[in-house]
Design a protein around this ligand. Structure first.
Ligand code: 5RP
Length: 219
C-alpha cells in the first residue's frame, strides 16, 4: 500500500471514535484530510466539528461539514489528529503543518486524543523530525541560542507564517528522552508561543496504518 492509502485507511478507521450527535475536534494535515473526507459521510449525524486550522476549516466547509468555533465549545469527547512522530507512550511531535498552537488548544478541550498516522511515524525517541516551535519574532535569536545549549539547531521556516501570523523555528538535532519535562521547560522560555512536543496532551489511542492493516495502540 502507498503512504496515501495508509493515510486513507486510518482516516476511515477514525470514524469509529466519532460519537453521533456530538461535536468532534479535528486536527490538520494530509492524514486528517483523509479523515475529513470520511467524516463527510456522517456529516448529518454529528453536531459539527471544531477545526484546528484554516486548511481544515476550508476542507470541511467545502464538504458541507458544520464548523463550530473553539471559543464556543466547553468540552469535546474526542480530538482526532495526525503527528510527525509518536513514541510508544503516546507522546508526539507535531507542527509539521504549522498548526501546532491551534491543535494544542483544541486538544485541550478534549477527553481523548486519537492519533492517526502511517507506521513511519512510530519512533523510539522523539527528535528525529525537526521540532516545530511557534515563536514571537523578537525572541528568535535568543531562542536559537537556548536550543543550541541543548545541542539543537534552530532555523526559521522559510516563507511560512502560522494561522496566528507568527513564524516557526524548526529545531534539528534534539533527542527528547523526557517529553513531559522538555515541554514544561520550553513552554516557560519567553517568546515561545507553542512547542511542538505534545506530552501534556499526548495521544490516548493511535491508529497506525500498516501494510497488514490498522494497528491500534492504546496508551
Ligand atoms: C500539523 C501537524 C500534522 O498533524 C503533522 O504534521 C502530520 O501531518 P501529515 O498527516 O500530513 O503527515 O501537526 O501541524
Amino acid at each position: 500500500m502507498t503512504q496515501d492509502e495508509l493515510k486513507a485507511l486510518v482516516g476511515q478507521a477514525a470514524l469509529q471514535y466519532v460519537t453521533p450527535g456530538e461535536i468532534v475536534g479535528v486536527g490538520t494535515g494530509s492524514t486528517v484530510d483523509k479523515f475529513i473526507d470520511a467524516l463527510a459521510s456522517m456529516k448529518d449525524r454529528i453536531a459539527g466539528a471544531v477545526s484546528s486550522s484554516v486548511r481544515s476549516t476550508e476542507r470541511m466547509k467545502a464538504l458541507g461539514i458544520r464548523v463550530v468555533e473553539a471559543s464556543d465549545v466547553r468540552h469535546l469527547s474526542v480530538y482526532i489528529d495526525g503527528a510527525d512522530e509518536i513514541d510508544h507512550q503516546g507522546f508526539m511531535v507535531k507542527g509539521g503543518g504549522a498548526a501546532l498552537t491551534r491543535e494544542k488548544i483544541v486538544a485541550d478541550l478534549a477527553d481523548r486524543f486519537v492519533c492517526i498516522a502511517d507506521e513511519s511515524k512510530l519512533v523510539q525517541t522523539l527528535g528525529v523530525f525537526p521540532l516545530p516551535v511557534e515563536v514571537v519574532p523578537m525572541a528568535v535569536p535568543q531562542l536559537v541560542r537556548r536550543f543550541a545549549q541543548w545541542g539543537g539547531r534552530g532555523v526559521l521556516r522559510e516563507g511560512v507564517l502560522t494561522d496566528n501570523g507568527l513564524p516557526l523555528l524548526d529545531v534539528r538535532g534534539l533527542q527528547i528522552s523526557d517529553p513531559l519535562a522538555f515541554e514544561t521547560e520550553v513552554n516557560q522560555w519567553p517568546g515561545v508561543v507553542t512547542v511542538g512536543v505534545f506530552a501534556r496532551h499526548r495521544a490516548s489511542v493511535c491508529l497506525l496504518g500498516t501494510a497488514a492493516g490498522v494497528r491500534t495502540l492504546n496508551f
